[in-house]
Design a protein around this ligand. Structure first.
Ligand code: NAI
Length: 290
């Protein structure tokens, strides 16, 4: 069994849904958990101490160790306070699971700047700020695990989610860069793109999904990715309904010429669009250009 004894985990947005399930699983397996949740509505408005406190109490009642935090991940002070809670209560931070999220769905023409900025603030800025605040502690320990929560909507696009999909693809870049920068200090970062039945999706998914697409089926992968035995970093995994699959960003072999004009590009469009053999890093891509 993969256990987390003596590990300290921060889980943001852990008052409901996926984060709650991650918190319960890690605590059950020995982790000391900071259950962070602002406790607002799905669109990010309002706040309540209830959800974080309830999950922390449930963990304690079950014999685990947890504290509640109601700080906002989207502000530098909030992110610093979350990490400080972990260090004050448990002495360190080994694991950060950036899971807090909100929705403000609207089609492109109707989306306000506020809808766009607020969604990016929670998902992207929040994940950046909490990871950054935890980073010095992980660096000093020479150990860390970060999981960011992306989405199929970000990887593949989705109607009515210009803000959310931008944020969720942004998290792929953040994950890969933390993975690269953290490598020399034993810090690994990966992202998940989940599908699960939560308050965020219950109005969108067919009713028969509830039993199959459980949050627990997402937490199993998250626990694997934040365990010390996990060797991958900078990866993205699609997960839901009991299936896990690697998602990768790749570049096709491309077409190269000394005579690149709009017309020669049009003439060689099939080669431009070809997928195999693909390239998977910026370095490899540069080598092909050279
Ligand atoms: P949820 O609404 O149940 O959980 C999100 C939690 O984040 C809430 O408890 C909320 O209070 C908290 N939160 C929101 N803003 C916060 C802030 N500024 N600071 C601290 N906490 C804050 O929804 P769910 O489904 O559990 O979502 C978890 C994550 O998974 C989100 O990032 C979501 O975008 C992502 N996701 C979920 C999918 C699904 O199928 N449920 C699909 C793809 C991604």
């Amino acid at each position: 069994m993969l256990r987390f004894d003596d590990r300290v985990a921060i889980i943001t947005g852990a008052g409901h849904g996926l984060g709650r399930s991650h918190a319960l699983l890690l605590a059950e397996r020995g982790a000391k958990v900071v259950v962070n949740d602002l406790g607002g509505a799905l669109d990010g408005t309002g706040a309540s101490t209830g959800p974080a406190a309830e999950v922390a109490e449930l963990i304690t009642k079950n014999g685990g160790q947890a504290i509640a935090s109601t700080d906002n991940v989207a502000t530098p002070e909030g992110a610093r306070a979350i990490v400080k809670s972990a260090v004050d209560a448990f002495g360190k931070v080994d694991i950060v699971i950036n899971n807090a999220g909100i929705l403000r769905d609207k089609s492109l023409g109707k989306m306000t700047v506020e809808d766009f900025d607020n969604v990016l603030a929670v998902h992207v800025r929040g994940s950046f700020l909490v990871s950054q605040a935890a980073y010095p502690h992980m660096k000093e320990a020479g150990y860390g695990r970060v999981v960011n929560t992306s989405s199929p909507a970000g990887l593949f696009g989705n109607f009515g989610q210009a803000n959310y999909s931008t944020a969720k693809m942004g998290l792929v870049g953040l994950t890969k860069t933390i993975g690269i920068e953290g490598a020399r200090n034993g810090i690994k970062a990966n992202a998940i793109a989940p599908i699960a039945w939560t308050r965020m999706t219950e109005a969108l998914l067919p009713a028969e999904f509830e039993a199959k697409f459980t949050p627990e089926r997402i937490s199993a992968l998250v626990a694997y990715l934040v365990h010390e035995s996990c060797e991958v970093s900078g990866e993205v995994f699609s997960v839901g309904g009991g299936r896990v699959a690697r998602v990768f960003v790749a570049e096709g072999p491309g077409w190269k010429t000394d005579d690149l004009t709009p017309e020669t590009i049009a003439d060689h469009w099939d080669e431009v669009m070809a997928e195999q053999p693909y390239v998977q890093s910026a370095t490899e891509s540069m080598q092909r250009m050279l």
